[in-house]
Design a protein around this ligand. Sequence first.
Ligand SMILES: [Zn+2]
Length: 441
Amino acid sequence: MTRTLIRDVDILTLDPSSTLITRGKIAIDGTRIVAAGESPKDFAPEVVVEAAGHLAVPGWFNAHCHAAMTYERGWAEDLPFPRWLNERIWVAESALEPEDVYWGAALAACEMIRGGVVAFNDHYFHMDQVARVVEESGLKACLAWCVFGIGDDKEVGANLHGTLDFIDRWQGKANGRIRTALGPHSPYVCPPELLQEVAAIARRTNLAVHLHLSESEEQVRNSMDKRGASPVEHLERLGILDGHCTAAHCLVASDSDLEILSHRDVTIAHTPITYMKLAMGACDLSRFESRGIRVAIGTDGPGSNGDMDMMAAIRQTVMLQKHERRDPAALAGDAALRMATRAGALAMGFDDSGEIAAGRAADIILLDMDKPHLLPRHDVVANVVHAAKSADVSHVWVDGRLLYENGKILTLDEERIRAKADEGARRMVSRGMQRVRTYQG
Ligand SMILES: [Zn+2]
């Protein structure tokens, strides 16, 4: 357990009033922040970090991703969502081996650490492999093994019951840095019986649920035709929304859908770059905000976004709101930063994180602000949202442990991971591939 003092640092606490402390100190004892601003008189640090010219912010929480989809970066370009899934993504994933998930997620971990991500909410397959990466990298994560429930031959590596064994193996492991969730794919693929069973397990075990929800007008129309209920109403009836839930996307939601969500412990994971790249449209986040529905930000997988750059996702969240609503006042920068920190932390069940304040987990990043594109500093929040890049991240601490310092990842062998992942991704797409399920909207 290390005692660290970060000295002479500007601190964007991202507390509810977005307090900015200039040339202050952050004292970390073990996994916790013990002071932000001044350090306690009797604090005797073992490590001192001189951070003049740097800005400390809470690390990013990537609220929805498929880390090992780094293997599908550049693999499914310029296609509409149904063809993207049916012709490319679900084809490649039919050839997925556990080892692919390990190296794919390790590559993602390198990218995320470099970009200041401290935790990710992952939804994929062969999740023991992702858990290994989390354990080794020092990151935090909430891991959900994606299941479809349309026959064991259509699953990847485990059915729902297999994923419960995964949850038993990993919940709370890596000193509490690993959390797990149930991961039904979506109401448009999963039959109601599977969703009901998931809801019953979630109620019994208090586990969170992470799934995809209401991504298009077509999905809503099909749901209304089939069940006389919107996807949100359908989940509500099945009991999926009774507990703690992350719903990725929710791009199409009626006022009555939002009324349901406002009474539930649901986080909407918003991934703007996927929406733009796959031309899926946008949603007005003020409709969620005004009803008190929590919104967090994610990168989604590199098969639909291109990268796992949270700072790009934060900036594009703000841009897309302003552009879509033709309103330059739409979504202030500090609100977007809180979505990418505290809201994501709550979504993943790391309730003690997402702000720089005494008592919080020491999940902190430093940005090197001594760069041409970050001067002058009339408005630090504006500089972070609209000008800073992931490459400006100089330090990353997770639970008080330094994972990254000035270009070097301290926990992973990045060179080996890059080589193994590059080789593995090329091997995967050269295997015999056959789609095992079809998206029908
Ligand atoms: Zn997704």
